[in-house]
Design a protein around this ligand. Structure first.
Ligand code: B12
Length: 217
């Protein structure tokens, strides 16, 4: 029993180290090894995302440079992609319709995509509208698919304002009562969510799933 725990920890460490190495092959090999042993959501959050956070720290300290970060990001995306066939498709009867995207001016989409994948496999109908998404597109898509919730990701202090702008436009369009708003991304906080009148803030993808269930079920 203890062996299994240790070996899972080692696998998670290997996943994280592979991301830090910025090598796609190493990441895909580590994912292959972990498949079937560890839950896909855990591989993503406790292995790959943990590695990406480490990359962020090394970048901030000047130990890694932007090309490394781009390679790590690319490897991360491939790693998550290779797990998609293992993630449940989602329930037959949809638990709610969610439009999710990264706000205008912000191209960071790794975390947002993880959140979309996890919400989808939890049974929500998710429309991921990408990154650098103009405010109006969130509203248009929410109308088109009769969304119950909009998810807004922002990874830079300079783009956090975009989350507020979407909420304001939802109000202007008279849609705010019918559409919950969930915000996330490294610089977002519960205090910011309260300030801009979002319904909730989630720190990571598992929390996003739990909070979406709380608000929509
Ligand atoms: C990878 C990365 C990139 C990649 C992005 C690739 C991609 N496809 O996403 C590239 C290289 C392209 C990039 C570019 C830039 N980046 Co950059 N980048 C990062 C880095 C290192 C990691 C981000 C990441 O993917 N983390 C891993 C994921 C899994 O975590 P996450 O995104 O936080 O997501 C989790 C949670 O936040 C949450 N979540 C996320 N979204 C959502 C949404 C909802 C609805 C919910 C509920 C939850 C949720 O759940 C996720 C899963 O657990 C961060 C550093 C950091 N510490 O964050 C800098 C960082 C965000 N970048 C930064 C900057 C400045 C830039 C650039 C301007 C270039 C530069 N000079 O460095 C450009 C931005 C261009 C633009 N206009 O957007 C700064 C932002 C500073 C600030 N102002 O706040 C950071 C903080 C680095 C730094 N300290 O300088 N970057």
């Amino acid at each position: 029993m203890e062996d299994a725990i240790i070996s899972n920890e080692e696998l998670l460490q290997e996943l994280s180290d592979a991301i830090v190495s910025c090598k796609k092959d190493a990441v895909l090999a580590a994912v292959e090894k972990a498949k079937g042993v560890i839950e896909p959501s855990e591989i993503i959050e406790k292995g790959l995302a943990a590695g990406m956070n480490e990359v962020g720290t090394l970048f901030e300290r000047g130990k890694l440079f932007l090309p490394h970060v781009m390679m790590a990001a690319d490897a991360m995306t491939s790693g998550v992609e290779s797990l998609k066939d293992l993630m449940p498709e989602g329930a037959e009867s949809k638990m709610g319709v969610i439009v999710n995207g990264t706000v205008e001016g912000d191209v960071h989409d790794i975390g947002k995509s993880i959140v979309s994948t996890m919400l989808q496999s939890a049974g929500f109908e998710v429309h991921d509208i990408g990154r650098d998404v103009p405010v109006k597109n969130f509203i248009d898509k929410a109308k088109e698919v009769s969304a119950n919730m909009v998810g807004l990701s922002a990874l830079m202090t300079t783009t956090l304002q975009g989350q507020k702008d979407v909420i304001e436009l939802l109000k202007e369009e008279g849609m705010r009562d019918g559409v919950k708003v969930m915000i996330g991304g490294a610089p977002a906080t519960q205090a910011w969510a309260d300030k801009i009148g979002a319904d909730c803030y989630a720190e990571n993808a598992s929390e996003a799933v739990a909070k979406a269930k709380e608000l929509l079920l």
